[in-house]
Ligand binder design. Structure first.
Ligand code: KIV
Length: 270
């Protein structure tokens, strides 16, 4: 099992690989491929549950999907994303919700979309034994403030704020930091400034690791962001398989003899 310490030992070494997964069969494939970290992202909202944004995802959704991923994972570290408003407003409730991801769902750590409001919360969670992955740059739970999903840290003031928050979360005890949709040179600077590993998505090549949303990476998403890369055409393969199935049933070539069996003496039943 990959641990927090294994990840921290990887800074400056072989890059960390992280992918999202939301269900058992996907987790099995991702784990068997040797991915270091499986993130059960709240992107489950858009990728799997049919929501427009991640905002409607609940603690119960995250717990159920995380537990499915944990059951199918032998080696990777499983990190559960904390959904919108399940943390940050009230410390006690935040800790209770994060604790459920470890105690009920079996995750090894939680990820919080971070900001000034998560510095002391991160510290408290870490003190209590809940490993925290921080997340700065584009934090999709702020979609209503952004009015979309724009690149972050694009001027000096914003870049300095990200660097400052990155340091504050490292000091608070976060064991790693996701940097989303920020300029590559800012991600490189943050990576240089921190001891903990940075994991980038749309943040250039200089982070200590990379993460993508599974559906984008394998070509299952109908649309994916420009910073993502499709390493396959799973959507095309699935569509072809379903078309072939429909054709086979309609043309009565499925089921064939090898898919059926007959029992003798069934006429006795009638
Ligand atoms: O929810 C998610 O999938 C994420 C990744 C994009 C980092 O937070």
């Amino acid at each position: 099992m990959v641990t927090v310490r294994d990840l921290q030992a990887k800074t400056g070494d072989e890059p960390i690989t992280m992918l999202t997964a939301y269900d058992a069969p996907t987790a099995e494939i991702v784990d068997e491929a040797g991915v270091d970290v499986i993130l059960v992202g709240d992107s489950v909202g858009n990728t799997t549950l049919g929501h427009e944004t991640t905002l409607p995802v609940t603690v119960a959704d995250m717990e159920r999907h995380t537990a499915a991923v944990v059951r199918a994972t032998d080696e990777a570290m499983v990190v559960a994303d904390m959904p919108f408003l399940s943390y940050g407003a009230d410390e006690k409730e935040s800790i209770h919700n994060a604790g459920r991801m470890l105690t009920e769902a079996g995750a090894a750590a939680v990820k919080l979309e971070s900001g000034p409001h998560t510095v002391s919360l991160t510290e408290r969670m870490v003190q209590l034994g809940i490993p925290v992955m921080a997340h700065l740059g584009l934090t999709p739970q702020h979609v209503n403030q952004y009015g979309g999903y724009p690149r972050q840290g694009t001027d000096q003031e914003a870049a300095e704020r990200i660097l400052e928050l990155a340091r504050a979360h490292e000091d608070a005890g976060a064991f790693s930091l996701v940097l989303e949709h920020v300029p590559a040179n800012l991600a490189a600077e943050v990576t240089d400034a921190l001891e903990i590993p940075t994991i980038g998505i749309g943040a250039g090549p200089d982070c200590d690791g990379q993460v993508l949303v599974f559906n984008d990476a394998v070509g299952l998403s109908e649309w994916s962001p420009s910073f993502s890369k499709q390493f396959g055409d799973v959507r095309g393969e699935m569509k072809q398989a379903v078309d072939d199935y429909v054709d086979a049933v309609e043309s009565e070539t499925f089921p064939a003899d090898e898919h059926s069996h007959e029992e003798g003496n069934l006429e006795d039943l009638y």
